[in-house]
Write a protein that binds this ligand. Structure first.
Ligand code: AP5
Length: 218
């Protein structure tokens, strides 16, 4: 079966992580989320974490030189041999160029770039209400998706304050949005309406990936 090398694109709070959790189960792909990798590095106080923290807390992107090598090494690991689902990378044209060159060097190719869109006011509301179960990593929302057990103690991400979210959105529009035409011009972009219910977004993306998979096998 052909490799499924996929990228998830979209603003903070569009639902990339929510959908990635479902899609990795559907297609058996490793979910490679740069934000999760960086937060784990911050927690473990590694050199990468110490370098990344000040950018993350300010809602800015960590420099390309800090993140790109980490992700290129990650997609070369054994569990990503049959494909991967990248969430949060690439985020700049430079990162996209580095990814494209690395993939080509190893004789692989990208299968698709999946864009989940949602307007700024929707994503701000989602992010301010996002809460995480620190024991399981499960993501909830205080209004849209509260935990069934109300006694579970949830935490909020350090960068989920309203001011930081607005900064992250501005960075997205300026530095990441150009990737939409970048991948569209290469025939790789597929668009999804992230304002729909999570199950509906999931059904649309799953169907699109199945189509990409079939096209790749022809
Ligand atoms: P990262 O962790 O990647 O954050 P992000 O892109 O801002 O995305 P989020 O995780 O906030 O949103 P999401 O789309 O995954 O939404 P979710 O599914 O959780 O990056 C953090 C930082 O790391 C960056 O700011 C930067 O500093 C650094 N960084 C990361 N990658 C980098 C890179 N490549 N280069 C440089 N720096 C980098 O959903 C959000 C909420 O909405 C949840 O509560 C969920 O329950 C709810 N929800 C989801 N879908 C729906 C729906 N359909 N309807 C209703 N509610 C929904």
């Amino acid at each position: 079966m052909a490799e499924l090398n996929l990228i998830l694109l979209g603003p903070p709070g569009a639902g990339k992580g929510t959908q990635a959790a479902r899609l990795t189960e559907d297609f058996g792909l490793p979910h490679i989320a740069t934000g999760d990798i960086l937060r784990a590095a911050v927690k473990a106080q590694t050199d990468l974490g110490r370098e990344a923290k000040r950018y993350m807390d300010a809602g800015e992107l960590v420099p390309d030189t800090v993140i790109t090598g980490v992700i290129l090494d990650r997609i070369a690991q054994d569990d990503a041999r049959d494909g991967f689902l990248l969430d949060g990378f690439p985020r700049t044209v430079e990162q996209a160029d580095s990814l494209g060159a690395a993939i080509e060097r190893t004789g692989r190719r990208l299968t698709g770039a999946l864009l989940i869109s949602a307007p700024d006011d929707v994503v701000v509301r989602r992010i301010i209400g996002r809460r995480i179960d620190p024991r399981t990593g499960e993501v909830y929302h205080v209004d849209f998706d509260p935990p069934a057990d109300a006694s579970v103690e949830l935490v909020q991400r350090d960068d989920d304050s309203e001011a930081t979210v607005r900064k992250r959105l501005a960075v997205y529009h300026q530095q990441t949005e150009p990737l939409i035409s970048y991948y569209d011009e290469r025939g790789l972009l597929r668009r999804f309406d992230g304002t729909q219910a999570p199950d509906d977004v999931h059904a649309h993306i799953r169907a699109a990936i199945s189509t990409l998979q079939r096209e790749d096998e022809l």
